[in-house]
Design a protein around this ligand. Sequence first.
Ligand code: PAF
Length: 287
Amino acid sequence: MQIITTKESLQQAVAACKQAGQTIGLVPTMGALHAGHASLVHRAVAENDICIVSVFVNPTQFNNKEDLAKYPRNIERDAELLRGIGAHFVFAPTPEEMYTAEEMNSTFSFDFNGLDQVMEGKMRPGHFNGVVQVVSRLFYLTQPDKAYFGEKDYQQLAIIHHMVERSSLAGTFGSLQIVGCPIVREDSGLALSSRNERLSPAEKETALGISRTLFESLKWAKEADATVKEVEQRVVDAINAIDGLEVEYYEIVDQSTLLPTDTFSHAIGCVTVYCGPVRLIDNIKYA
Ligand code: PAF
C-alpha cells in the first residue's frame, strides 16, 4: 500500500492504473477509521482492481472551527487498518495541497435542488457546499469507476447522488457509480462514528438511547392510526427524556426527496442528537 500526499503523484498513479486497464474504487473518508469505514473499503477492494482511500479532514465542510479542531485524527492507525484490508493507495493531502488560499476561503456553490435546505443543511449552513467541493475534486483526481459512501450520512449520500446525476449530464464523471452502504452498528445498536471516540464510557452508554429509540419507533409506526407527526414527536420526547441527550432535529422524510412526508412508505427518519458536547447522527428506514 502506498501513501500519497500530493495531487500530482495521485494523478500519476491513477494514470498508470487506467493505462493498465484497471478499475478504480474510491472510498472518501476523513480518517479516524472504524468498522463502518472498513466495510466500505472491503467492498471497494472486492469490487475493483484498485482501491484508493482518501483520508482528509476537509476544512471547508466545517462551519464550526472548534468541531474541526477536535475532529479525531490518527493517520498511522488508519494506514495500518487500510493495509490490513488490502487498500492499494491512501491519499492523505494537507489542506494547502488540496486547496488554494482562495478556494479555502471562498464559498463553493452548487445547485442542490433544495436537498441542502433541510436537516443537516439547515443546521450547518455551507456544510454540503464543502462536501461537494471536496468530493468532486476527489472524483476528478481519482477518476473512479465506483465510489463508496455510508448510509449513516444519508443526506450526504442523497446529495452526492444528485451531484453525479447532474454532472453526468455533461459527462464529467463518466460512468461513475455511487455505492451506498448500510450503517454499521455496535452490538449495542450504537451507529459507528468517528465522533464516538470523543464520548466517555458513560456518554457512550447514554448514547445507546438514540438507536434504541429509533428501533422502538418502527413499532410505534405500525400502531393503528399512528401518524408521521406523532411518531416524530414521540421520538424527540423519548430521546430528550434521557439525561445527557438533547435532540437537535428528528425528521421523517421521503427517502428520495428528503422532503417531509405524511406516510411511512419510502420514509426515513433522520436524527441529530447532542450527547454532552458531541453531535451524533443516525437514521432509520420505516419502509
Ligand atoms: O463522510 C465523510 O467522511 C465526509 O463528509 C467526506 C465524504 C469524506 C467528505 O469530506
